[in-house]
Design a protein around this ligand. Structure first.
Ligand code: NAD
Length: 338
């Protein structure tokens, strides 16, 4: 029996490279066509586990290239899309916003257009072979802006993106929404909180802290370190995507969060305290923490109410923070000390 062809974009980045092996481990009848530009954030070695798996085809390519996307759809007979590819680092978006609009907005539009033209005869009319075809867009809680000390983001929270990164993701979410309403494209969107786990690029908070701690450098903490994020282990995000992709309702959005709020300073302290036990030095790693000038427009707090996902699709975060963070730190110790 021929396998179901799923185009995964950005599958060599942090979350995508955790998701693709997860999907192939769980389902035997899927073939993943993994399209990734291998920017600085993507790395083929993230996919070592599946590099010889014939159900995985890697294509180095750019979602900004409309012709390429059309040819991938035609050549492989793409039946579903799970779209991770993005410029994802807020600090970079402050320095260079243009590429964020190009990749995150125009890139998403190119994929939506290819899905529409390949799967549909007319608005709200799918071709016979594509009646089940689905477009799953991976997005972030940052589109909702910032919270004060209390309250949670829900699917009803109005969009209020504050950085060029979150604005570009909000733009892509709106395009996905419009393709459902205008053309009847079978879309689902997941907006997730901060992920942590193996294979995240060095620039992000947790890998940066571990790397600098091990190299004896200062651990830079923005402002007073009191900004709050809701941290979710990457595999729990993969489980949520799996559920929404298979069972989510067309046109709907689902928020995914770990119910695990930590300040940036608490994250740094957790990393240092664990490193003190694992690789003790004469002085604690805590002494390397240094407060630096705050990021412009730095959102104070993100927190997610995932009850829709829990109630409707039975999702639950399985990883405890204290076990997930230890596994994560152990993984980066290996990476940075090899
Ligand atoms: P990442 O930066 O680690 O990976 C992004 C991947 O996309 C890289 O492999 C990169 O090479 C690829 N890519 C970038 N531009 C491309 C282009 N033009 N064409 C093709 N491929 C391109 O990002 P991530 O942390 O894995 O995030 C994946 C998705 O999840 C993003 O859409 C992000 O907005 C979203 N998200 C991330 C988090 C998080 O905490 N990391 C939380 C919520 C949502």
């Amino acid at each position: 029996m021929s396998k179901t062809k799923i185009l995964v974009t950005g599958g060599a980045g942090f979350i995508g490279s955790n998701f693709v092996p997860f999907l192939l481990r769980k389902y035997n009848n899927y073939q993943v066509i993994n399209l990734d530009l291998l920017t600085y954030a993507g790395n083929l070695s993230n996919l070592d586990e599946i590099i010889h798996d014939e159900r995985h085809i890697f294509i180095k390519g750019d979602i900004r290239d409309r012709e390429l996307i059309e040819s991938v759809f035609e050549q492989y007979g793409i039946q579903h899309v799970i779209h991770f590819a993005a410029e994802s680092h807020v600090d970079n978006s402050i320095e260079n916003p243009t590429v964020f609009a190009e990749t995150n907005v125009v890139g998403t539009l190119n994929l939506l257009e290819a899905a529409r033209s390949n799967w549909m005869k007319a608005p709200f009319q799918y071709k016979d072979g594509n009646l089940q075809s689905r477009f799953h867009h991976i997005s972030t809680d940052e589109v909702y802006g910032t919270l004060g000390e209390t309250g949670y983001f829900t699917e009803q929270t109005p969009y209020a993106p504050n950085s060029p990164y979150s604005a570009s993701k909000a733009g892509s979410d709106m395009l996905v929404r419009s393709y459902f309403h205008t053309y009847g494209l079978n879309t689902v969107t997941t907006n997730c909180s901060n992920n942590y786990g193996p294979r995240q690029y060095d620039e992000k908070l947790i890998p940066t802290l571990i790397q600098k701690a091990l190299y004896g450098e200062k651990l830079p903490i923005y402002g007073d370190g009191q900004n709050i994020r809701d941290w979710l282990y990457v595999e729990d995000h993969c489980r949520a995507i799996d559920l929404v992709f298979h069972n989510g309702k067309a046109g709907e959005t689902y928020l995914v969060g770990g119910n695990n709020e930590r300040t940036t300073l608490q994250i740094a302290e957790t990393v240092c305290t664990y490193l003190d036990k694992r690789i003790p030095k004469t002085k604690s790693y805590l002494e390397q923490i240094k407060f630096v000038r705050d990021r412009p427009g730095h959102d104070f707090r993100y927190a997610i109410d995932s009850s829709k996902l829990v109630k409707e699709l039975g999702w639950k975060a399985e990883e405890e923070f204290y076990t997930g963070i230890r596994k994560t730190i152990d993984w980066y110790i290996k990476k940075y000390t090899q």
